[in-house]
Design a protein around this ligand. Sequence first.
Ligand code: FAD
Length: 317
Amino acid sequence: MKVVDHIRNAKNTVFSIEILPPLKGQDIHSLFRGIEPLMEFKPPFIDVTYHREDYVYKKRENGVVEKVSVYKRPGTVAISAAIMNRFKVDAVPHIICGGFSKEETENALIELNFLGIDNVLALRGDPIKAEGRFIPEHNGNAYATDLIQQISNLNKGIYVEDGILNASCTNFCIGIAAYPEKHYEAVSLDSDLQYLKQKVELGAEYIVTQLFYDNSKFFAFEKKCREMGITIPIIPGLKPLSTKKQLTILPSIFYIDMPEILVQAVHNCTTDEQVRQVGIEWCIQQSKELKAAGVPVLHYYTMGKSDAVYSIAKELF
Ligand code: FAD
């Protein structure tokens, strides 16, 4: 079922999560063990991230240093199918532009369609660390707008490969990303929002936001979207803070601000457990305020750990 239909059918705010495929070498059961307790809160859908290849330098026995391409977290499509099969919920695989030609994207979408997957989150993806800036694949999509156009075309039976006879249509519900505190490359929030609007006009049906710790930023962003005529559901993405180090790491990775009261509360902690509790309590308060404001879904980034999200969901669902 489509995410937008889940939202339409729900009487109240619903719970959902994003999970990461396990690191290469780990088995899928550790992932299942993390998801199982959260099923108590009946998530109608679970997002599965996609991780493109990166380059590492490996020293060989003969002393030669070689640049090698590695996929640290493979398995997005298979995990999506396994989750649907095991938990009877919808999976939302993330699909990115980076590393894919349009033909490869088309084949991946056909595979998802055959697996009975109804939803995708369409993203550009981040640059490969070694490259510094995003470089699209030869014959690949350069922005999420291009990818959305391709998925919308496939939903109309328009394939990249020409000459396909009696082509059938897919019926994907397309989710997209947005940034209440602006995407780091955008020249301004307004320009970022113009592109967001374009993504909606091209066929996106719902928005999931980057994580944030200051609800006023989300509410201001939501208001701007509505004023611009973006009417589709906007789902806030939340992640409980769990270590002191994250106070500096998260802003540098996600280009977000940390509210001063949260920073002070974390600085006053003397143990990791106290920080974890502050993070959980902050996220509960954020969630309660967002729920009271009527957000359709509270979407939690588990980042491979589900115990803090469990404590939060227990207070709300
Ligand atoms: P876009 O919408 O393409 O925007 C990228 C930048 O270009 C923005 O600054 C925008 O303002 C500008 N822009 C947009 N369209 C155009 C255009 N047509 N012409 C010129 N400029 C334009 N990354 C992963 O690799 N895997 C994941 O699973 C993943 N999941 C995510 C889930 C969520 C909810 C979020 C918020 C992010 C996720 N990301 C993931 C990270 C995401 O890939 C990066 O933030 C990436 O840098 C931007 O992706 P986007 O889809 O927002 O890009």
